[in-house]
Design a protein around this ligand. Sequence first.
Ligand SMILES: Cc1cc2nc3c(=O)[nH]c(=O)nc-3n(C[C@H](O)[C@H](O)[C@H](O)COP(=O)(O)OP(=O)(O)OC[C@H]3O[C@@H](n4cnc5c(N)ncnc54)[C@H](O)[C@@H]3O)c2cc1C
Length: 402
Amino acid sequence: MPELKRIAIIGASAAGVAAAFALRRAGFDGHLSLYGDDVREPYERPALTKTLSGGHGGIHPIVAPHTYSDSGIDLQLGQRVVGIRGRTVTLEDWSAQQYDSVLLATGASARRLQVPGARLGNILYLRNADDAERIASRLSTGGPLVVAGGGFVGLEVAAVARGLGIDVTLVESELLPFMRSAGPEVARLVADLHRDHGVRFFTGDRVTEFRGEREVAEARLASGRILPASTVVVGIGAEPNTSLAIGVGAACRGGVLVSAAGQSSVPWLWAAGDLATCSDPHGVTNRSIDHWDSARHQGHAVAHAMLGIATKQAPVPYVWSDQYELTYQSYGRAISGDSVVFREGSQPHQFLAFRVCGDRIHAVSGIGLPREVRAGKVLIEKQSIVDPRALRDPHLDLCNIP
Ligand SMILES: Cc1cc2nc3c(=O)[nH]c(=O)nc-3n(C[C@H](O)[C@H](O)[C@H](O)COP(=O)(O)OP(=O)(O)OC[C@H]3O[C@@H](n4cnc5c(N)ncnc54)[C@H](O)[C@@H]3O)c2cc1C
């Protein structure tokens, strides 16, 4: 492997920041640039929904600001990389720097809803701190709020808005919100949680048009329903930011295609986080798990791979989402054909759902039962042999399963 003296990381969030510190910890002592187009110190995106209720407590730096310079990381904030050519990285002001290797960690952008009226005022998206502040400012004026999309972002926004007493209607094209992330069984329970908090759902339906003067006044649905709206938040997924990778000719398919180590089809170009799509030895592509923990781990692992250090086995994927006073957590990866075993908790809305194949657990998720979900994770890690029927028993302490 040629000696690496200069590395650029583009994108200063979960994956990029984790990669930068992992490179230093692994002994890389060359020049290390970390470019981020956001002007703020890198912050934790999952906490952004907390800013929506009007406080500023949701902008949490990933690490204390001085840590970058202490570790010799040249953090360049408010610097958008506009092109990469022959390992030369070009910024918006046309200044250019040459590197030996480049790690792309540019993440994803909120997918836009392409319907008539989509450019009216107060139709908002949530991906960064500025977006969160815009939504917070709108929610402070009251409702009605229409949320388009019942995934993680849509449901979290709905929960915060209900907490503020705002009238919320959520429109979801699937038959249940949260179904793509959690499957129908869990989605049904999550929908009940939101209904009990007063969220109105129109499922199996979609927004086809917005109307209003300069600002949105109503959302029209495929079913013909008309929903009054003073604010709309659209949460219909994210598109990986692949333009830089495409510019250097790296193969992309629903993200930058990378090997298990994170290397793209251009040998000096690597990718990690929401941007990356891994292709297994059989050519089957697996979208990366678009979540904070997974992006951090990928950043760490790719940094090691860039230095030629063998990567440890990836940890069990972890996803969480704060909704009302409860936290949804999920460990592992369900596989099509897994059966679902439920366990109810003692409080309303508490549950555990195990995805089981034979006598092995592939994934565990739950609301309001963090200890049990963590115990389930350990069973996945140990590949413990379980009796699926016993998992239903609320008296069975999962920590006692060998
Ligand atoms: C509102 C919200 C809530 C979330 N909540 C949760 C949660 O509760 N749990 C969970 O597990 N996950 C959650 N996620 C998902 C999680 O935040 C993402 O999976 C994670 O941030 C991905 O990290 P990343 O580093 O790959 O990309 P990103 O976090 O998207 O970061 C990419 C960075 O690159 C920058 N960038 C892009 N292009 C350029 C360029 N050309 N030049 C310079 N910089 C560039 C971007 O501005 C951005 O700062 C949430 C996401 C959002 C938006």
